[in-house]
Design a protein around this ligand. Structure first.
Ligand code: SF4
Length: 95
């Protein structure tokens, strides 16, 4: 009987570890929200990333992806580039 209790406790403990690990790994990069704030926010999908959030995530992979945003005005693109440099998302080796 006590073996069943111990095994149940161990199973519960491993279950909790998996839940916490899953939540930790799914935690979104806070820079996605910051980058989104620099995008037009139309969610038009004309960039090919489906939404501004998709574009923000793409920028983290390839900083100059923002140039594919068609509604973004030139002035906003310059500001975006400065922001990405300040955040070191654009590094000297990019572009
Ligand atoms: S093209 Fe620009 S405004 Fe449209 S979804 Fe992409 S990032 Fe957002």
């Amino acid at each position: 009987m006590s073996a069943v209790v111990v095994l149940t406790g161990i199973a519960f403990l491993f279950g909790m570890i998996l839940v916490l690990l899953d939540a930790y790994l799914k935690k979104e990069d806070p820079r996605v929200e910051e980058i989104k704030n620099h995008l037009p926010g139309y969610n038009c999908g004309s960039c090919g990333y489906g939404s501004c959030e998709g574009m923000a995530k793409a920028i983290l992979e390839n900083a100059y992806s923002f140039q594919k945003c068609k509604p973004m005005k030139e002035e906003a693109k310059i500001e975006m580039e400065q922001f990405l440099k300040e955040k070191e998302i654009i590094k000297k080796t990019n572009h």
